[in-house]
Design a protein around this ligand. Structure first.
Ligand code: SF4
Length: 444
């Protein structure tokens, strides 16, 4: 096959779920062909995100930038995969003349055939040829001690602002045995991070009821997996059984990422989100009472259509009451094709931005106080690497997921190895990060 003789560069855009897809593509193509120097790649694959207008813009800019390597580099064939072609192939096929091959979210097992056809002179559109990826082999692109495990794809929640169900289709879980064997094949992993659009719904489609707890139990039996972290839990689906499992399973990190999106009941209804602000507060209380010291992170959208000053004030009050460990805030993005695109009461961009800033200011204060509470205490920290700017090692305690939360910067008199755990005495905190020194290497 021609692609086996070519250098291939891959650019993965968007979320960690997309990253897992990219890792499966790399395994299909063979790691030995992959180059990290895009200028030297003869084939470039852009795995795109299209969830928001800003993501689509980024994908298009990446395609145009890569196309420059036809003149300035070695590029022969440009491949566009993922969410952008999946949803918008009719709009982009004629426009994006730079692209030689289009593949959707589940078509990438056809990459070798598609590339072969492109080298025979054809322009290839394989979008929608397949609806599920059977391959589970991956070339992991995260630092070797942690990896994501995508346990399902698609979503049935139909939040009124979100394009994902239209791009990725209805919720579809991977079988427990397939996920266990995929996790086993990853090698020694200090932290396995479970991801899906909604992790808590795992298994409903296959087994008739949520199976996230049985899945966690099975993954916990694997000797190569030291710990398991859950991202993207839908509040309504955080059952007592799941709380009990997080509380009692030593391998499960005492951390929950639970996107709430808003905390005013009127806005939540307009968003088609289940639950109310008071139910969310009750859930947070329950999580804290059953799992002492649990870290709870969330995300919120400001400026949803119809959000008045009063609705926004309710969100601010909620934040002050909930006292979350960490939170991310986003200005509402008006996406054509979603129900809320046509809602009245669209909020001005500058008001949205101002509200996002206010939310960050409140959360910053809360996070600073929360992180200060660790000063003088010792935390178990998973070493991620070295931060040369800070002249310190960096790692994460249980309260931080990679890339979205703060880190622990620390010094050590002894050797520090990536992927090992250390006991770090915390000496200082700011609103985002902790600082300290190694007390002792954690006995693993
Ligand atoms: S839960 Fe809502 S926001 Fe998240 S992917 Fe599903 S529809 Fe989109």
């Amino acid at each position: 096959m021609i692609f086996k003789r070519k250098k291939i560069g891959v650019i993965s855009l968007g979320c960690d779920k997309n990253r897992v897809d990219t890792e499966k593509m790399l395994a299909i193509l063979g790691a030995e062909n992959i180059t990290s120097d895009i200028s030297q790649a003869e084939i470039i694959i852009v795995n795109s995100c299209a969830f928001l207008e800003s993501a689509r813009k980024e994908a298009l800019e990446t395609v145009f930038d890569c196309n420059e390597y036809r003149r300035n580099g070695k590029l022969e064939k440009l491949v566009l995969t993922g969410c952008l072609p999946q949803k918008f192939i009719d709009e982009i096929y004629d426009e994006l003349v730079e692209v030689d091959v289009f593949l959707g979210i589940a078509d990438y097992e056809l990459l070798p055939d598609a590339i072969e056809l492109a080298y025979s002179g054809q322009r290839v559109n394989f979008v929608g040829k397949k609806d599920w990826v059977e391959k589970t082999e991956r070339v992991v692109t995260t630092p070797l001690h942690y990896a994501y495990l995508k346990i399902a794809d698609g979503c049935n929640n139909f939040c009124t602002y979100c394009l994902i169900p239209k791009i990725r289709g209805r919720y579809r879980s991977e079988k427990i045995e397939t996920l266990v064997s995929e996790a086993e094949s990853l090698g020694n992993i200090s932290e396995l991070i479970l991801v899906a659009q909604d992790v808590t719904r795992y298994g409903v489609d296959l087994y008739g009821k949520p199976q996230i707890v049985p899945l966690i139990k099975e993954l916990s039996k694997l000797e190569n997996i030291q710990s398991i972290r859950l991202l993207y839990c839908y509040p309504d689906m955080i059952t007592d059984e799941l709380i009990e499992e997080i509380a009692t399973n030593d391998k499960v990190v005492k951390y929950v990422d639970m996107p709430l999106q808003h905390a005013d009941d009127t806005i939540l209804k307009r968003m088609n989100r289940k639950g109310t602000a008071s139910e969310y507060l009750d859930l947070i209380k329950k999580l804290r009472s059953k799992i002492p010291n649990i870290a709870i992170r969330s995300t919120f959208i400001a400026g949803f259509p119809g959000e008045t000053d009063e609705h926004f004030a309710n969100l601010l009050d909620f934040l002050k009451d909930a006292r979350l460990t960490n939170a991310g805030f986003f200005a509402y993005s008006r996406e054509e094709g979603t129900p809320s695109y046509n809602y009245d009461g669209q909020v001005d961009e500058d008001i949205k931005e101002e509200r996002v800033k206010k939310l960050y200011a409140v959360q910053k204060h809360i996070s600073r106080i929360y992180l200060q509470s660790f000063v003088g205490k010792t935390l178990e920290v998973l070493a991620d690497g070295i931060d040369y700017d800070k002249q310190a090692f960096c790692g994460r305690a249980y309260l931080s997921a990679p890339e979205i939360d703060g880190v622990v910067y620390f010094n050590s008199n002894g050797e520090v190895c990536q992927g090992q755990r250390y006991l770090v005495k915390i000496e200082k905190a700011d609103a985002y990060d902790l600082y300290g020194g190694v007390e002792d290497e954690f006995a693993e």
